[in-house]
Design a protein around this ligand. Structure first.
Ligand code: PMV
Length: 369
């Protein structure tokens, strides 16, 4: 599919007002997306596990207004008006207007809440943008006069289109958000080994993955709950003219090929090596850009060293990954849950701000999208 396929032909229904609610999860990348071209096209493909507990719920209410040149909307987080969220949504609306031509016909009220603490340093853009995209798709669905005589196959095609376009729109809000629409494992970005993969939207990982990844665990250690030091827009831009960028993009392609084999075989040692290397490479890109940044904190490194020591001593399959920040995602197989949680309690909580961490489940079967 191309961009043109997401431009609607005509809307045959008119609606005065209404409201839709959607919940959408966050995701954690195993092979990271870092670097994009115009229109949020990724420089390399990425793959993520969908989180089960960390979610955003958004209610979008809409009321017909005189169509004029301006977008009209208000945003609330936990019932509190958030004017500082507006510029990001305004940018999003501008980017998607071509694909959702009704946006200027309504005043929108966007009410959102997260299952995780807002100021936790956990990026809410993936879950937030995907939930909003789903709400907007529900409005579009109402505007397209749905034919009740549709055959089952057409209905299925419509449902597929709904999710695909939601992912396409979410990408235009925040790249990684397009991996939060459907599936336990999601690939975004064209890759030869993944049939149907696209730079425009995320697709469900098309292969069976090994049972070792069933209910894989992710405990997020909140090392630094402050605002991100570098916005991801600034971060991605640092890849322009970066001396190692082209090599990194090649490496990510190869890592995704390798990940396909790992997910099939269930080899946790190679999984650990690839996931940790990806996390450190992401941070290495930031450390070697101009200007340069260190997004890890001393406690991030303390935690990484403790994880390595624990793994050496016990033979555990624990590992870590990082987002573009200081928090640490501790990943481990389900059967190690009690042992690892005890280790986290005894040795890692001390490095978390206010001792805070969030337990989540990723991996196969965790997500009921
Ligand atoms: O979706 P963005 O533009 O906020 O980028 C996020 C990129 C990383 O989280 C660092 C990696 C990834 O693939 O999710």
């Amino acid at each position: 599919m191309t961009e043109k396929d997401f431009i609607p032909k005509t809307y045959s229904n008119t609606i005065e007002s209404g409201s839709f609610t959607w919940s959408s999860p966050s995701n954690i990348a195993l092979v990271k997306y870092w670097g994009k071209r115009e229109y949020q096209i990724p420089e390399n493909p990425s793959i993520s596990f969908t989180l089960d507990n960390c979610k955003t719920t958004t209610t979008l209410s809409f009321l017909k207004k005189d169509a004029n040149e301006a977008f009209s909307f208000d945003v609330f987080l936990d019932d509190e008006k958030k004017d500082d969220f507006k510029p990001k949504i305004e940018t999003f609306f501008k980017r998607v207007e071509l694909y959702l031509p009704f946006l200027k016909d309504y005043h929108f009220k966007i009410e959102t809440s997260n299952t995780f603490p807002h100021s936790s340093g956990i990026a809410s853009s993936a879950s937030g943008m995907s939930a909003l995209a789903l709400c907007l798709m529900s409005v579009e669905k109402e505007l397209i006069n749905s034919d009740v005589t549709l055959k089952t196959t057409e209905e299925i095609l419509n449902q597929e289109y709904f999710i695909k376009k939601a992912s396409f729109l979410a990408r235009l809000g925040s790249g990684s958000a397009c991996r939060s629409l459907e599936g336990d494992l999601v690939v975004w970005g064209k890759h030869d080994a993944i049939k149907g993969s696209s730079d425009l939207y995320g697709v469900k990982y098309p292969f069976e993955a090994h049972q070792n990844f069933k209910n894989y665990q992710d405990t997020i250690l909140l090392v630094d709950k402050g605002e991100k030091q570098v916005s991801s827009t600034v971060g991605h831009n640092l890849m322009f003219g970066h001396p190692f960028a082209q090599e990194r993009f090649k490496q990510a392609n190869k890592n995704l090929s390798d990940m396909v084999s790992i997910l099939k075989d269930g080899n946790l040692d190679t999984f650990i090596a690839l996931v940790e290397s990806e996390a450190l490479t992401l941070h290495a890109m930031m450390m070697t850009s101009m200007p340069y940044f260190i997004l890890m904190k001393p406690n991030t490194l303390e935690i990484i060293n403790k994880i390595w020591a624990f793994r050496n001593e016990t033979g555990s399959k624990i590992c870590f990954t990082l987002d573009a920040g200081a928090n640490v995602h501790v990943l481990y197989p389900e059967y190690e849950t009690s042992q690892v949680l005890e280790f986290i309690q005894n040795e890692l909580v001390a490095y978390c701000q206010n001792g805070q961490y969030i337990c989540d489940v990723i991996g196969l079967g965790a997500n009921k999208l």
